[in-house]
Design a protein around this ligand. Structure first.
Ligand code: DX5
Ligand code: ZN
Length: 224
């Protein structure tokens, strides 16, 4: 599968959100990743549907919405209305919603269906749902904040998902999110990941074109 790069606007200049989204598109991003946090599911608050709708007006890139919220089922219609193209929910929100029903609701709304496992969650928690999804997101940091260090132990989940994808004939994307730079993207790619979320290593860089090319593995990574 070709590598897709999804810059996370969490690391952009929020005061220039429209320009940042347009700049990422012009620089060659494949999707835009939008991290929604509610202060309950994770210990941080980012933005909600109004900001997704604002970004929608400024880019034609697919909007890849990552819901780190306690009640994704409840808020889902508002993100669909805002213009999300793909919506990913966490398997750990299970105490608060019926994961299978929420995945079916995302599908019925016409959006791509994503399921995420947080850094401490075993691969097995997602296994029952692998036949129902378009995207499997493996967190490579603990969800909640940008700028954290990549946790390499999560590569076993990427490998397990790639193995299941091959053996069952599934076609879901395998996405990694958190601490992704040219080096860690290459590591994740070698285990089977094909979609790379990057906040700091795109929006924290001066040259978005070079940053995206490096993440895609088109240029040699800079030495550590
Ligand atoms: C963390 C978010 C990530 C975050 C990644 O909870 O899901 O998408 O923006 O940020 P970086 O790339 O800076 O680690
Ligand atoms: Zn994310």
């Amino acid at each position: 599968m070709p590598s897709l790069i999804a810059p996370s606007i969490l690391a952009c200049d929020f005061a220039r959100l429209g320009e940042e989204a347009a700049a990422a598109e012009k620089a060659g991003a494949d999707w835009l990743h939008l991290d929604v946090m509610d202060g309950h599911f994770v210990d941080n608050i980012s933005f909600g549907p109004a900001v997704v709708a604002a970004v929608r007006k400024r880019t034609s890139l697919p909007l890849d919405v990552h819901l780190m919220i306690a009640r994704p089922d409840h808020f889902l219609p508002r993100f669909v209305q805002a213009g999300a193209n793909r919506i990913t929910v966490h398997v750990e929100s299970e105490a608060r919603h019926d994961v299978a029903a929420t995945l079916a609701a995302i599908r019925a709304a016409g959006c791509g269906v994503g399921l995420c496992v947080n850094a401490d969650t075993p691969f097995e928690a997602a296994e029952p749902f692998l036949g129902d999804i378009d995207l499997f997101l493996v967190m490579t940091v603990h969800a909640g904040f940008g700028g954290q260090k990549f946790i390499a132990e999560n590569m076993s989940k990427v490998a397990a998902a790639a193995d299941r994808r091959r053996h069952e004939g599934y076609s879901f994307h395998i996405q990694v999110d958190g601490g992704i730079n040219a080096q860690t993207a290459a590591e994740a790619r070698s285990h089977g990941a094909d979609v790379f979320v990057a906040g700091t290593s795109v929006f924290g860089q001066a040259d978005y074109v070079a940053a995206i090319r490096a993440l895609r593995g088109e240029t040699a990574p800079a030495p550590l």
